[in-house]
Design a protein around this ligand. Sequence first.
Ligand SMILES: [Zn+2]
Length: 237
Amino acid sequence: MEIARRISNFLFGMECLGCGTSSERLDPWLCPACRKALVDGGWEPKFPNADTLSLYPMQPLTRRLVHALKYGSIPGMASYMVRQSSLCKGGDAVDFLSPYAKPFFFVPVPLHRARYRERGYNQAEKIASAFALATGGRVCRWLKRKNFHVSQTKLSRNERAWNVVGAFAANLPARLPLKGTVFVVDDVFTTGATTGACTSALGKDFPLPVKVCTLIYDEPATARMDFVADCRMEWDV
Ligand SMILES: [Zn+2]
């Protein structure tokens, strides 16, 4: 598997996760040129809609880094990418957040249980932690995955994939805060179906404004291959 080879090479051969070249000046995952490219990209966060902030566009470099986060057992990549973004450098991401009432509550999209067992962590939770650290907010696990009662095996692969999208339920504390803003956090925003399902799961009477933050914005057309691959791994475990 390509990413496993890359991670192995990184661990034992000090290879840049961005371009694959060996370098003694990794900090800790990228050579100076790739780190500069990441920071430059971070100056142009995406706003897929008025309620959504994505810290980076999907580019070959950011795609490799998100894959390292999700499949390469590098949970620290979440905070690394947030720290290199405009959120921590006084750019447009800060302007996006500044109008919203504090405190900020970052609610990660929950991971499928089988995937969690496989990975050992939820990447959305790592990203939420990094957002919380950068803004003085906190992470709230206010969503959970629903248990399926209909056998998934009776559905086609595509049906199973799309069925996941509606599979969230609220997991709220007995007493919700009276003020502040909720941000549903995911790794990639594509069509907004997943984060939209999460927002809906909080309920139409949810008392706080709900926005969305992700690491990456990916155009729906280019994301399709990743989505299919992701769901295949999700369900074939
Ligand atoms: Zn590089």
